[in-house]
Design a protein around this ligand. Structure first.
Ligand code: NAX
Length: 328
């Protein structure tokens, strides 16, 4: 067996943290051959709750769990980190303007970026879950100049999985029959779930659906606003499904995507598909050997172009706002 991989989870005492840690410790993040050491980062007031979760982790007697350490200091929490899951963030409170939200999150993701820069392992991979995820990832990345920029990613896998499930339901097939779905843009209500390149049992999904009204007026808004639908029904935001998506994102990044399929990840744009270089936007990607690559050469029709552009515009506005605040 190999040496344990250090996995740092921020916001460990939160509801996503509670749904995530046990799955990491059981081997679902990195595979059944890979022992993990968990490093939990919380704010001081939540350290006690994180300690409670650590007791439960101990009580699971997970064979792959090589240890759990708890910190309220980012520099210590990210020391030697191989996989960083940045879940803790500042939520938007009532009446909060976007600038205030970005500034509050800058206060979290700037020092975390610096801590990753200072102490992370050479192979570090970072996934930002905490919202606004894409721009928080950009903030962290810009304070980690010694870490390759492409190691900073943002989670759109929950949107990707939601879209697959909605499409499968519409067509009366199983989720395993759906391949090559894409989420473009921001993890926000402007995101664009694209079925034009998706395949259902090998046939084009948009042709199989053949219902433009459903696509424009039901599918796209339902996927984009699914988070609100969950809050309405559950009285709390998505937690287990978000943790599941974080597991999927890192698992596929590390272990590769299956032949004949791809996934969606928020990654620093290289300018592909007219998305301005540097912003962290969702793309279709394949993964192999611990690296991801944007799927190239897809034809983007007007219907998709407008929607991708609108979401990318929002991302450039967020980038400009954090630039103005001196956060990137
Ligand atoms: P919770 O409020 O349950 O937990 C957040 C935890 O983060 C708290 O325990 C808090 O003490 C901790 N925290 C705050 N600041 C911290 C800091 N500086 N360092 C370490 N820990 C810190 O939220 P939860 O439901 O777990 O959601 C976490 C984040 O995920 C939120 O920002 C949420 O908006 C975001 N989400 C992102 C999704 C995505 O698809 N990208 C989907 C699910 C979720 O909404």
């Amino acid at each position: 067996t190999q040496a344990p991989v250090n996995v740092t989870v921020t916001g460990a005492a939160g509801q996503i943290g509670y749904a995530l840690l046990f799955r990491i410790a059981s081997g679902q993040l990195l595979g059944q051959d890979t022992p993990v050491k968990l490093r939990l980062l919380e704010i001081p007031q939540a350290v006690k709750a994180a300690e409670g979760t650590a007791l439960e982790l101990q009580d699971c007697a997970f064979p792959l769990l090589a240890g759990v350490d708890i910190f309220d200091d980012a520099t210590k929490a990210f020391d030697g980190v191989n996989v960083a899951l940045l879940v803790g963030a500042r939520p938007r409170s009532k009446g909060m303007e976007r600038g205030d939200l970005l500034e509050a999150n800058g206060g979290i993701f700037k020092p975390q970026g610096e801590a990753i820069n200072a102490g992370a392992a050479d192979d570090v991979k970072v996934l930002v879950v905490g919202n606004p995820a894409n721009t928080n990832a950009l903030i962290a990345q810009s304070h980690a100049p010694d870490v390759p920029a492409e190691r900073f990613t943002a989670m759109t896998r929950l949107d990707h999985n939601r879209a697959i499930a909605q499409l499968a339901t519409k067509l009366g097939v199983t989720v395993a029959d759906v391949k090559k779905l894409t989420i473009w843009g921001n993890h926000s209500a402007t995101q664009y779930p694209d079925i034009f390149h998706a395949e259902v049992n090998g046939k084009n999904a948009a042709e199989a659906v053949n219902d433009q009204a459903w696509l424009a007026d039901e599918f796209i808004p339902r996927v984009a606003k699914r988070g609100a639908e969950i809050i309405e029904a559950r009285g709390a935001s998505s937690a287990a499904s978000a943790a599941n998506a974080a597991i999927d994102h890192v698992h596929d990044w590390v272990n590769g995507t299956p032949q004949g399929d791809w996934v969606s990840m928020g990654i620093p744009s290289d300018g592909s598909y007219g998305v301005p270089e540097g912003i962290i936007s969702s793309f279709p990607v394949t993964c192999s050997g611990g690296k991801y690559e944007i799927v190239q050469g897809l034809e983007i029709a007007d219907f998709s172009r407008e929607r991708i552009d609108a979401s990318v515009r929002e991302l450039t506005e967020e980038r400009d706002a954090v630039k103005q605040l001196g956060l990137v």
